[in-house]
Design a protein around this ligand. Structure first.
Ligand code: DQA
Length: 137
C-alpha cells in the first residue's frame, strides 16, 4: 500500500509556527513516528509552499498511489486549481487539518477541496494524519 502525505504552504514551519495552535513538534519528527508505526506501509511525504508544485505532485502520483493525505494549508480555502486536481485524479484524497478549522476564523470554514475528498479530518493535532492513514488501511 502506497500512501503519500502532501503538506501545503507554511506547514514546513511546524514546530515553530504558532505552537499554541499547531504544537511544537516538527513534521519531520512526526513523520518518523508514523513511518515506524506503519512499517508495512510505503509512506511518502512531500511539502511545498508553491501551488503549482502541489498540483504537479498530485498529477504525478494521483493515478498510481493508493491514498493521498492532503493538508493544503491556506490553499484549502482559496484554490480552485487544487480542488480541480483532487477531482481529476483517481487516487482517493483525505483532506486533513491539524487545527479545527470550523472553530477558527470564518474564512477557514470554507474548503474548496472537501467536496471531492473521500473524507475530511480536522482538529486532532498531528493525530489527524494518523487517523487519515488508519482510514486507508
Ligand atoms: C491548516 C488550517 C489552515 O486554515 C491554515 O491556513 C494552515 C493549516 C491546519 O492544518 O490546521 O496553514 O490547514
Amino acid at each position: 500500500m502506497k500512501i503519500i502525505i502532501i503538506n501545503g504552504p507554511n506547514l514546513n514551519l511546524l514546530g515553530k509556527r504558532e505552537p499554541e495552535i499547531y504544537g511544537s513538534t516538527t513534521f519531520e519528527e512526526y513523520f518518523d513516528i508514523l513511518k515506524k508505526k506503519y512499517a508495512t506501509v510505503e509512506l511518502f511525504y512531500f511539502q511545498s509552499n508553491i501551488e503549482g508544485e502541489l498540483l504537479n505532485k498530485l498529477h504525478e502520483i494521483g493515478f498510481e498511489y493508493d491514498g493521498i493525505i492532503l493538508n493544503a494549508g491556506a490553499y484549502t480555502h482559496t484554490s480552485i486549481a487544487i480542488a480541480d486536481a483532487v477531482k481529476g485524479i483517481e487516487t482517493p484524497v483525505i483532506e486533513v487539518h491539524i487545527s479545527n478549522v470550523h472553530a477558527r476564523e470564518e474564512f477557514r470554514n470554507k474548503s474548496y477541496l472537501a467536496k471531492s475528498a473521500k473524507g475530511v479530518i480536522c482538529g486532532f493535532g498531528l493525530q489527524s494524519y494518523n487517523l487519515a492513514i488508519q482510514s486507508f488501511l
